[in-house]
Design a protein around this ligand. Structure first.
Ligand code: MG
Length: 291
């Protein structure tokens, strides 16, 4: 596509909106290309289970390989953790817990934290919530069950990380431990068991990388698009873009109720002295149109 045509497309989009652009694009490409583009755009517009997949209506359109398209920002990656040593955050992350961070990012300081950035639940003091709110995001969290803990089902080794203060990915000593599968480590609690169980033994660090998409609601309170989570547990996928059925509940089917697309990250005090390290969040922007 020529630069001139590219500029024309931007102008058409500005004047006619997305539908105008699609008609323009279909009219300018060969019949085969137009047909294929039309099918892709139709499929994208009809794919409504994930707002990240929705076709943006405000994007500039760039031809394939256009050098004028903005370069991706440089990010210095963090160091990968291991079973014995926590990792570090990438340069553009919002750090909620790290060396020297204390409890400053959280709504109370009744849990214990050392200068090394290891935080531990002080049982009975209550959940902690991030002071900041987040919506669609990548969250990294490392956690350890102390070596001397006895895990018995949901007892002894339990915590959890909640998105928007509502949607839980379960944290549980699960090596070994028998419990209901939708309550094992890496479960979207009471909704989806993890695909597999890559949990390390007590006394070793585990890590989650979670890609969370917030649910969206219509004006009348009905669900527009559900929340989703992809969970990578010690490098192993255990949730593959799983769809939340509603706000996390215990012993009952989840349901949705309208809320903001942003909210606090919450860590659960389930009465067990679980350790945490290297917690960071990267808010995720909607994808831009490919071309
Ligand atoms: Mg829990």
């Amino acid at each position: 596509m020529s630069p001139r045509r590219s500029r024309t497309i931007v102008a058409v989009t500005a004047i006619l909106g997305l539908s105008g652009l699609l008609a323009f694009t279909a009219a300018q490409d060969s019949p085969e290309e137009a047909s294929q583009l039309s099918q892709i755009h139709k499929a994208m517009m009809q794919f409504s289970s994930d707002p990240q997949e929705a076709l943006p209506t405000t994007s500039k359109i760039y031809p394939v390989h256009d050098m004028k398209r903005p370069q991706p920002s440089m990010v210095e990656p963090g160091m990968t953790g291991s079973a014995s040593t926590p990792g570090t955050a990438p340069s553009d992350a919002t750090v909620l817990l790290g060396p020297g961070s204390g409890m400053g990012a959280w709504d109370h300081d009744r849990w214990m934290v050392g200068d090394d950035g290891v935080m531990q639940v002080k049982p009975g003091t209550g959940d902690v919530r991030s002071k900041a709110s987040f919506g669609d995001c990548q969250l990294h969290i490392e956690w350890m069950i102390p070596a001397d803990r006895a895990c018995n089902g949901q007892g002894g080794c339990n915590s959890g990380v909640f998105f928007l203060d509502k949607y839980e990915v379960q944290i549980l000593g699960s090596n070994p431990n028998q419990t209901y599968p939708d309550g094992q480590a890496g479960a979207m609690y009471a909704q989806y068991p993890p695909l597999v169980n890559p949990c390390r033994p007590n006394g070793e660090w585990n890590e989650y990388d979670i890609i969370f998409t917030s649910p969206r609601f219509n004006e009348d309170g009905s669900l527009k698009t559900p929340g989703t989570a992809t969970v990578i547990f010690n490098g192993v996928v255990v949730q593959n873009h799983s769809t939340f059925m509603g706000v996390t509940s215990h012993g009952s089917k989840a349901t949705y109720r309208k809320h903001s697309p942003e909210g606090q990250i919450r860590l659960q005090d389930h009465g067990d002295p679980i350790k945490f390290a290297n917690i960071w969040v990267r808010p995720l922007q909607p994808r831009t149109l490919a071309w």
